[in-house]
Design a protein around this ligand. Structure first.
Ligand code: NI
Length: 198
């Protein structure tokens, strides 16, 4: 190896460290979120499927399993929510009582409380469906670092879709982040993890 190679390498590392800071050295940022203090979640101000205004305080003392999506979703959301319901059903009743599965729409234009009311019980009888103003949904998604965006807006029938993150978050009884499950995690694995906490 020539000296020039090491000089270039040193410069690249230095510039990377300056620009990227800590993250330059942490190639797997998802892994990092499972250790230490994680800034995921926060207050929300939404409307449930019965039309009632709710905030995170309404779930104080309970674990929350939170998933963001939309009822018009052809595949990913129904799969994730089915797995969520399945996982909770695998727990004992006493454990089930300690956790609230919550589906938060990122498509409040179509997902009114009525639409949510017809949708969420398909996956778990006590699943909560939350919608709200565009602004409050945006704030909630931001707090959970959930990306979403309208897609196929030029669909001739107006049947747009939404691109969105597909992570399920487990929040603790004080509303703080506990862990998360990536899309495709089997129900048995989720149930086993939940059982460690509940
Ligand atoms: Ni979806």
């Amino acid at each position: 190896m020539s000296r020039i190679f090491f000089v270039i390498l040193a410069v690249v590392v230095f510039v990377g460290a300056v620009i990227g800071g800590r993250n330059f050295f942490l190639y797997d940022r998802n892994k990092v979120t499972t250790v230490g203090t994680v800034n995921i979640g926060g207050p929300f101000n939404l409307i449930d499927q019965t039309g009632k205004a709710v905030t995170e305080k309404d779930f104080a003392g309970k674990y929350m399993l939170i998933y963001f999506g939309y009822t018009f979703c052809p595949d990913v959301c129904p799969t994730s929510l089915s797995i969520m319901g399945e996982a909770i059903h695998m727990l004992h009743q006493k454990q089930q009582d300690k956790v609230v599965p919550i589906f938060i729409t990122i498509d409040p234009e179509r997902d009114t409380p009525e639409v949510m009311a017809a949708y969420v019980p398909n996956f778990y009888e006590k699943m909560v469906g939350l919608t709200g103003s565009m602004q409050n949904i945006k704030a909630a998604a931001k707090a959970f670092k959930v990306f979403y965006a309208k897609a196929n807006e030029d669909d001739p029938d107006g049947n747009y879709t939404m691109d969105h993150g597909s992570t399920t978050y487990l929040m603790g009884p004080h509303g703080r982040y506990v862990t998360h499950f990536t899309h495709g995690t089997p129900a048995t694995a989720i149930a086993a993890k939940l059982a460690e906490y509940l």
